[in-house]
Design a protein around this ligand. Structure first.
Ligand code: IMP
Ligand code: MG
Length: 184
C-alpha cells in the first residue's frame, strides 16, 4: 500500500501563541466585549478563517452573560497564496436581518483592512445600529484601509501566520496554536 499523498506546502511552523495562551486571551476579550457592548448582540463571523476563534469566543461570551445571534459571511480577498488580491468578494452572504442590530464583526486577522472595511460598510448600509470589530490578530504594519479594531487578541509584526483557523493554501487550519510559517 502506498502512503496517502499530501499537497500541504513545505515549510516550518514556529509557535507564537500556545493553546493555553490563546484560551486566556479569548476569555479576556469576551469579558471586555461583555463590559463594553452588553448582552444584546449579533455576531457576524467572517469565514473561513474565523471559525475556530468564533466558536471559542462565543462560548466565552456565554460565560460572561452575552447571548448573541450568530451569522456567517464568507468573504474572499486572498487567492490560495500569501498575497492579498485587493478584491473582496462575497462568496456567501449572511441570511439574518441586521437592521437595528448591534453587530460584532469577528475575523481572524486584520491585515490590509480591506476585508473588514468592506464588510463593515456593507452592514452599516443595511441598517445595522452599530458595527464593532473584533479580531484575533492585528498586523498594523500592513494597513491599507482606514480601519481599527475595537477588540484585538494579539498584535503581531508582519509575518505570515497559520493555525487556530488560519490557513496557508488551505492547510494548517487545524493547528491548536498560532504559528509563523516560513515557506521553503
Ligand atoms: P485584509 O483584507 O488584507 O485585512 O486580509 C484579511 C484576510 O487575509 C484575513 O481574513 C485572512 O483570511 C487573510 N490573511 C491575512 N494575513 C494572513 C496570515 O498571516 N495568515 C493567514 N491568513 C491571512
Ligand atoms: Mg479570512
Amino acid at each position: 500500500m502506498t502512503a496517502a499523498k499530501t499537497t500541504r506546502p513545505p515549510g516550518e511552523v514556529e509557535m507564537l501563541y500556545s493553546a493555553a495562551e490563546i484560551e486566556a486571551r479569548v476569555n479576556a476579550l469576551a469579558a471586555d466585549i461583555a463590559d463594553t457592548l452588553g448582552g444584546e448582540l449579533m455576531v457576524v463571523a467572517i469565514l473561513k478563517g474565523s471559525f475556530v476563534f468564533t466558536a471559542d469566543l462565543l462560548r466565552a461570551l456565554h460565560h460572561h452573560g452575552v447571548h448573541p445571534r450568530i451569522d456567517f459571511m464568507t468573504l474572499s480577498s486572498y487567492g490560495s497564496g500569501t498575497e492579498s488580491s485587493g478584491q473582496v468578494e462575497i462568496v456567501r452572504d449572511i441570511t439574518d436581518d441586521v437592521r437595528g442590530a448591534r453587530v460584532l464583526l469577528v475575523d481572524d486577522i486584520l491585515e490590509s483592512g480591506r476585508t473588514l472595511a468592506h464588510a463593515a460598510a456593507l452592514l452599516t448600509d443595511r441598517g445595522a445600529a452599530s458595527v464593532n470589530l473584533c479580531v484575533l490578530l492585528d498586523k498594523p504594519g500592513k494597513r491599507q484601509a482606514e480601519i481599527t479594531a475595537d477588540h484585538v487578541g494579539f498584535a503581531i509584526r508582519d509575518q505570515f501566520v497559520v493555525g487556530y483557523g488560519l490557513d496557508y493554501a488551505h492547510y494548517y487550519r487545524e493547528l491548536p496554536y498560532i504559528g509563523a510559517i516560513t515557506a521553503q
